[in-house]
Design a protein around this ligand. Structure first.
Ligand SMILES: O=P(O)(O)OC[C@H]1O[C@H](O)[C@H](O)[C@@H](O)[C@@H]1O
Length: 544
C-alpha cells in the first residue's frame, strides 16, 4: 500500500510528539501539568485507569487518537460485532461478544443469536440440575467433583476465573482441571476421586488436541474399571466441543454434548459452553453475572468516543511504548492473590492473538504484540522488580489493584495498596545520585564512602506504567476485566494491522509432536535432525 501525504502526517505527528516527550523526565511532565493525574485517567463502571505515568503529553495523545482514526479502528470494531468474517485467513467471523449479549448480532444473523441463546439456556439448566442435585450419578449419588479435561483456551479462562471468584474454597462442587499431559498430574487428580460422584468434562473445541485426547482416554479407562456398566457414561461424561460427531464416537451421549462454533476462538471461549466447569463451581447465576460484566465493557467499547474509551486508550499506550520507546514486553502485576492466574490467562490472549510476522496483507512487519508476563504482587517485588528499578532492560507495566480487600484482613489490604502504589511511584521517580548521597550522609556515613555507595543506590526512574483500580473482585467486574483486555488486544491488532484471530504458529509444534511420537514408536530416528535424534537416543538409554 502506498502512503499518501495525509497518512504520513499522522506518523510525522507521532514522531514529533515522541521526540518532544523523550527530552523530559516523567517527573518534569508532572511538574509542567499539575492536573495530569486527572487529565490522563478514566473511570468506567467499576474500573479506574490512571495512565498519567505514561510518557505522553497532549500532542502525543492527540496524535495517537488520530492514528486510531487513521487505522479505522471504529469501523473494524463494528465489523467484528456485526459478525463480518474478519478472521480472513480462516474465513471466520469473530463473535465471542455475542455470547455475552446476542442482541447486537440478532439484526445481522438471527439464527446465530437464537442458537447462542438456546445453548446457553440448556447449559445453565444442566448446571442448575447438577448443583441442585437433580442430575445424579449412575449410582444415584450427588455430583461433588468435576474433572475438566482441556488445555489452552479450554483451560485458562475457567481456571483463572474460578481461582478469582471462589473464596475460601467454599464451592459446593470442586473442579479439578486436567490440562497438562504429565502423568503425575492425572495420577494426582484421579487418586483422590470416586467416579460415582464425578462429572467428567472433555473441553476441546477441535476435538483433536493430543493432550486432551490422551488424557480423556486415560480417564475413560479409569472410569470404566471402576464403573463398568455401559450406561454409567451417559450420566457422568460431558463434551464441550465444536465437533459433536467426534464426541459421540468417543462414547459421550448427545444430551451431554454442549456445542460451540467456529466463530468462537479458543482463547475467547470462556464465555461459551467451555465455561461450563466454571459455572458448575461458581453457580449459574454468578456465571451470568460474568457475562453481564463483559457485556457492560462491550457496550463501553462500542459507544465511548476514542479518547474516553478504556480499551482503546490502553492499546494506544501499548502501541506508543512499543513503537516509539522500543519496549517489547508487557508485565502484568495484579496486586491480588485472587488474580494470581491472570498473567497466564493474558499470555495466551495477547501472545497467541498478536504474535504475528506479517500484516493482514501478508507483508513483513517489524512489530506486533508484546511478550506478556507477570506475577502477583507483592510477591513480584521480592523477585524480578529489581531489574526494572536498576537493570538495563525495561518493559511496559500494568499494575492491577482491587480497591477493597478481604473484609477480615483490612491491614493486609492497606499494605497491599501501599506496596502497589509505591512500586509505581518508585519506577516513576527513581532516585538521583544527590538524593542517595544525602541519605547516606544523613545516616552518618563519611563523605567518601557515601559518594561511592550512592552510585549503587541511584535509580533512573522515568519508567511508565498504567494503574488499573478495580472497585471489587466480583463475577461482574471479572467479566468486564477480561473483556477490557480482549478489546485492548483487538485494538492493538488493528494498530499493528495483524489478524488477531488465527494461530498458525501453534500448528507446527503440534504436527512435529505427532511425527516425533511416530518415530519414538518405530525407533527410526533417521529422518530427524541430529540434535533431536541424539536427545531421543539418550532418553531411550536412560529409560532402559
Ligand atoms: O479446545 P481445543 O481445540 O482442544 O484447543 C486447545 C488449544 O489448542 C491450541 O493450543 C490453540 O492454539 C489454542 O487456541 C486452543 O485453545
Amino acid at each position: 500500500m502506498t502512503q499518501t501525504s495525509k497518512d504520513q502526517s499522522v506518523f510525522n505527528a507521532l514522531e514529533t510528539a515522541a521526540s518532544e516527550v523523550k527530552k523530559r523526565h516523567l517527573m518534569a511532565l508532572f511538574s509542567e501539568q499539575p492536573n495530569r493525574a486527572h487529565t490522563y485517567s478514566l473511570k468506567v463502571n467499576s474500573f479506574y485507569l490512571d495512565y498519567s505515568k505514561q510518557a505522553i503529553n497532549d500532542a502525543a495523545f492527540k496524535a495517537l487518537i488520530d492514528l486510531a482514526k487513521f487505522k479505522k479502528l471504529e469501523a473494524k470494531r463494528d465489523a467484528m460485532f456485526q459478525g463480518k468474517k474478519i478472521n480472513h485467513t480462516e474465513n471466520r467471523a469473530v463473535l465471542h461478544t455475542a455470547l455475552r449479549n446476542s442482541q447486537h448480532i440478532k439484526k445481522y444473523s438471527p439464527e446465530i443469536a437464537s442458537e447462542i441463546e438456546s445453548t446457553k439456556t440448556r447449559m445453565l439448566e444442566f448446571v442448575d440440575n447438577v448443583t441442585n442435585r437433580l442430575h445424579l450419578g449412575f449410582t444415584n449419588k450427588a455430583i461433588t467433583d468435576v474433572i475438566s479435561i482441556g488445555i489452552g483456551g479450554s483451560f485458562f479462562g475457567p481456571k483463572m476465573l474460578q481461582s478469582a471468584l471462589i473464596k475460601n474454597n467454599n464451592s459446593q462442587i470442586k473442579v479439578h482441571y486436567l490440562a497438562n499431559i504429565d502423568g503425575e498430574q492425572i495420577s494426582q487428580v484421579l487418586s483422590k476421586l470416586n467416579p460415582e460422584t464425578c462429572l467428567i468434562v472433555v473441553a476441546s473445541k477441535s476435538w483433536t488436541t493430543a493432550e486432551t485426547q490422551l488424557n480423556a482416554q486415560s480417564v475413560m479407562n479409569w472410569f470404566k474399571t471402576q464403573l463398568p456398566a455401559t450406561d454409567a457414561i451417559k450420566k457422568h461424561w460431558v463434551a464441550l466441543t465444536a465437533k459433536p460427531e467426534q464426541a459421540k464416537e468417543f462414547g459421550i451421549t448427545s444430551s451431554m454434548i454442549f456445542p460451540l462454533w467456529d466463530f468462537i476462538g479458543g482463547r475467547y471461549s470462556v464465555w461459551s459452553t467451555i465455561g461450563l466447569p466454571l459455572a458448575l463451581s461458581i453457580g449459574a447465576s454468578a456465571f451470568k453475572q460474568v457475562l453481564e460484566g463483559a457485556a457492560t465493557m462491550d457496550k463501553h467499547f462500542c459507544t465511548a468516543p476514542l479518547d474516553k474509551n478504556m480499551p482503546v486508550i490502553m492499546s494506544l499506550m501499548g502501541y506508543w511504548q512499543q513503537e516509539y520507546f522500543g519496549l517489547n514486553n508487557l508485565m502484568v502485576l495484579p496486586y491480588s492473590h485472587s488474580l494470581k492466574s491472570l498473567p497466564a490467562y493474558l499470555q495466551q490472549l495477547d501472545m497467541e492473538s498478536n504474535g504475528k510476522a506479517v500484516d493482514s496483507h501478508g507483508n513483513d512487519i517489524n512489530n506486533s504484540g508484546p511478550i506478556l508476563w507477570g506475577a502477583e504482587g507483592t510477591n513480584c517485588q521480592h523477585s524480578f522488580m529489581q531489574l526494572f528499578h536498576q537493570g538495563k532492560q525495561s518493559g511496559m507495566i500494568d499494575f492491577i489493584l482491587p480497591a477493597t480487600g478481604h473484609a477480615k484482613h483490612p491491614d493486609q489490604h492497606k499494605l497491599m495498596v501501599a506496596n502497589c502504589l509505591a512500586q509505581a511511584q518508585a519506577l516513576l521517580q527513581g532516585k538521583t545520585l544527590q538524593q542517595a548521597t544525602d541519605e547516606l550522609l544523613a545516616d552518618g556515613i563519611n563523605t567518601e564512602q557515601a559518594q561511592e555507595l550512592a552510585k549503587h543506590k541511584t535509580m533512573p526512574g522515568n519508567t511508565s506504567s498504567n494503574t488499573l483500580i478495580i472497585d471489587d473482585i466480583t463475577p461482574h467486574s471479572m467479566g468486564a476485566l477480561l473483556a477490557l483486555y480482549e478489546h485492548k488486544v483487538f485494538c492493538q491488532g488493528v494498530l499493528f494491522n495483524v489478524n488477531s484471530f488465527d494461530q498458525w504458529g501453534v500448528e507446527l509444534g503440534k504436527s512435529l509432536g505427532k511425527n516425533l511420537l511416530k518415530s519414538m514408536h518405530s525407533g527410526d530416528f533417521s529422518s530427524l535432525d541430529p540434535s533431536t535424534s541424539s536427545l531421543l537416543k539418550y532418553i531411550n538409554k536412560q529409560q532402559s
